[in-house]
Write a protein that binds this ligand. Structure first.
Ligand code: FUB
Length: 372
């Protein structure tokens, strides 16, 4: 890291001690993957962070990264402090809009876009604009996002625009048949697009276990540790990218013996934040294990699965949630993730990036988000 950059970074971090300042106008030009030296902030566990926040002007989380026209775009949640205390339903995540990040290169300057979509412009939504994703087809950019409807039930919406940075205009209604949260859209090499979605606890996936919303199921999981765990959902999108082409299916994850992971297997079972990445002919379904705070993955030869559990690839970060995306750029594969380096608060997060490497057998080299 060169001296001028060290000064800029220090000033930004100092400013953050009191309030977030316009540090994003000080474009970061340090390698995004460089471990920070001993003069820079230590994590709560006393270690140094592997990577630094991509931006510090706003709080960002749940990064969904894509390459459009050779540039890298990150579609994150835009965290705000609504003064709501932490709870198991995630009410403290009271986000109301989205802002897109743009980079010409990983490690280069990061541009923070203007508000791209606000909950007040989504006719069906009431609150909690959580983890979004984006896709491109036939000259249109699609922003997919979860939000609670006027009845407090999570649905998934879609908004469209002509620029990857937005603004986006929301459809008047949520995607018919959608529910729960954390949508991610993957377009296969044959042109078919699939949405993976869902999340338990505050994400309400457990409430749809019988096919329709049932509030009596509760706010965590099915409380059936010896039964198959709840699965992320996968559904093919219609050619217009605004509708499901079929009924969502379970993206089942099997253990090494071919049996579904169980609800009590908290170190391995799906919790939220799925992502689909294709490498060669292998489909990698990656996700957060939630209350055990790992990123884990499972592989299949089809986008629908079933998927076979392969391991954890990111150890717990600082902060309760862990959420990610995986994208190829510049001949390498990159993991975008978040932690709470800037704030030390679970609901005020910052996105980061680091390189993701694979072993020759296709397994992912696990990453520790800290450096001793
Ligand atoms: O950002 C709100 C929620 O926190 C996301 O939807 C989850 O994946 C978790 O990161």
């Amino acid at each position: 890291m060169s001296k001028p950059v060290m000064i800029r970074t220090s000033l930004c971090l100092l400013g953050m001690m009191t309030a977030l300042t316009a540090c994003s106008s000080e474009k970061s030009d340090t390698p995004a993957n460089s471990a920070q030296n001993g003069s820079e902030p230590k994590a709560e566990n006393g270690k140094r962070f592997l990577s630094k926040p991509l931006v510090s002007e706003i709080y960002t989380a749940d990064p969904s990264a894509h390459v459009f026209n050779g540039k890298i775009y990150v579609y994150p949640s835009h965290d705000v402090d609504a003064g709501i205390p932490d709870d198991d339903l995630g009410n403290q995540y009271a986000m109301h809009d989205y802002r897109v990040l743009e980079m010409d290169s990983i490690g280069g300057p990061v541009k923070v876009g203007s508000p791209a979509l606000d909950v007040k412009d989504v006719p069906w939504a009431s609150k909690q604009m959580w983890a979004p994703d984006a896709a491109f087809k036939n000259g249109t950019y699609f922003l997919y996002f979860p939000a609670k409807d006027k009845q407090g039930i999570f649905r998934i919406g879609v908004a469209t625009g002509k620029d990857p940075m937005g603004p986006f205009k929301a459809e008047p209604d949520p995607i018919p048949g959608s529910y729960s949260m954390d949508p991610t859209v993957f377009t296969d090499t044959d042109g078919n697009s699939y949405m993976y979605f869902g999340g338990i606890w505050g994400g309400q996936l457990q409430n749809w276990a019988a096919g329709k919303y049932d509030a009596s199921i509760g706010v965590t999981d099915l409380k059936a540790d010896d039964k198959p765990a709840l699965s992320a959902k996968v559904v093919k999108l219609a050619p217009d990218m605004k509708h499901f082409a079929e009924k969502p299916r379970d993206a089942v994850i099997l253990d090494e013996k071919g049996k579904p992971l169980l609800g009590g297997d908290h170190d391995r079972r799906f919790f939220e934040g799925s992502w689909m990445y294709k490498r060669g002919g292998t489909y990698y379904l990656s996700y957060s294990t939630g209350d055990t705070h790992f990123l884990a993955y499972a592989t299949s030869k089809t986008p629908y699965g079933p998927f076979t559990y392969r391991g954890q690839f990111l150890k717990p970060v600082q902060g309760w949630t862990t959420h990610h995306s995986i994208v190829d750029w510049g001949g390498k594969t990159w993991l975008f993730y978040h932690d709470t380096q800037l704030s030390g608060k679970n609901h005020l997060r910052n996105v980061k990036v680091t390189e993701l490497r694979f072993n020759t057998d296709g397994t992912i080299v696990p990453i520790d988000p800290f450096v001793d």
